[in-house]
Design a protein around this ligand. Structure first.
Ligand SMILES: [Zn+2]
Ligand SMILES: [Zn+2]
Length: 350
């Protein structure tokens, strides 16, 4: 799952203004209140609250109570334990807590939905007594919040919980798109969230739904201008993921066409910018993927060409000394591509 939050960009200006407000109020110029969740479920200052599961550290999903100690966890999270992970008591039985779960669901439903912009100036004459109260639009933070909850649940392998949060998030964005149209920001957010949903489905082996989500993600990301590096990367990764799923399904022709689309996007990306090593590595990865399918399809001559081009690209890379992680990836790929190339070129060119 991609660690980059699709809302990170849109959250940045908000953070800046929040900090500015704090500074303003500290200096006594004007007092303003930035939006705060009473339970501490803000994107920056998350605390474990009464509505969260101590195992996955996300909001409770399918809330289950231990008998007799009464501690609550998500059903899936708790299912991996014999004793209560909080107090160590034997779990004699478990029971579903629908009341608490509905509180959690209501909380999610209402979270960051306050939309009020209000500026009030009192007693213009009195210097230093001006109070400005601004309730800002916090709808953007709702997206970050839901993605954060989903990521936590996903990392703890509570995939259904993650999916449920992401579905709400995707619905929110669709709703915004229906009102505001396909703006670049909304398309990139929806594309990313749909990609995460695809990752969830892939993790539980539901490749049919995973492909459907990745395809939809591709559809939205493809609407966006090609010059944005992050979007180009996400789009090509989504294409490769569909390619991989088709590959494992044994549909090599379909796999090749997805890998090839990804390759073309990556090639276009380095046409203008040749100095970004990670993008060059991306092209080489794509070349290897296409060549690998070509080999399996019996197109050995084309495959050899692909591997050769990949090797040339990787060898042309000059990395700075601090890029050790990247260098390792380049070395690893080079070894793999070289051995494929070596084996294949002997059969093609005896
Ligand atoms: Zn949990
Ligand atoms: Zn307990």
């Amino acid at each position: 799952m991609t660690p980059v939050c699709p809302f990170a960009k849109s959250a940045r200006p908000e953070d800046v203004s929040a900090k500015k407000h704090q500074k303003d109020s500290a200096s006594g110029g004007s007092g303003s209140i930035s939006p705060k969740c009473p339970f501490g479920y803000d994107s920056q200052t998350f605390k474990l609250g009464p509505l969260s599961c101590m195992i996955c550290r996300a909001l409770l999903f399918d809330c289950t109570r231990c008998v007799p100690c009464s501690h609550v966890f998500c059903k899936v999270c708790l299912s991996r334990f014999k004793d209560c992970p909080l107090c160590g008591a034997d779990i004699e039985a478990t029971e579903t807590d629908t009341n608490l779960q509905s509180t959690v669901d209501q909380f999610i439903e209402g979270h960051a939905r306050i939309k009020r912009s209000h500026v009030e100036n009192t007693d213009k004459g009195e210097v230093g007594e001006k109070k400005t109260v601004i309730y800002e639009d916090v709808s953007l933070e709702r997206g970050s919040f839901l993605v954060q909850q989903a990521m936590r649940a996903f990392r703890a392998q509570n995939v259904d919980s993650a999916k449920s949060r992401l579905i709400i998030c995707a619905d929110d964005i669709r709703d915004q798109i229906s009102r505001m149209g396909n703006t670049a920001e909304l398309c990139s957010q929806l594309g990313a969230v749909l990609g995460l949903l695809g990752d969830c489905c892939r993790a539980i082996g539901d490749s049919g739904s995973a492909i459907a989500y990745f395809e939809e993600s591709i559809e939205f990301l493809a609407k966006l201008p090609a010059y944005d590096m992050e979007i180009t990367h996400t789009l090509s990764v989504s294409l490769n993921k569909v390619g991989d799923l088709k590959y494992y399904d044994g549909d090599l022709q379909a796999a090749r066409s997805y890998y090839d689309r990804s390759l073309n996007i990556r090639r276009d990306a380095i046409k203008n910018k040749t100095d970004v090593p990670s993008q060059t590595l991306d092209v080489a990865i794509s070349l290897a993927k296409v060549a690998d399918v070509d080999r399996n399809l019996g197109n050995e001559v084309i495959a050899v060409e692909g591997f050769r081009e990949g090797i040339k690209l990787l060898e042309s890379l000059t990395l700075k000394s601090e890029e050790t992680a990247l260098e390792q990836r380049v070395r690893y790929l080079l070894t793999r591509v070289n051995s494929s190339f070596f084996i294949l070129s002997r059969t093609v060119d005896p």
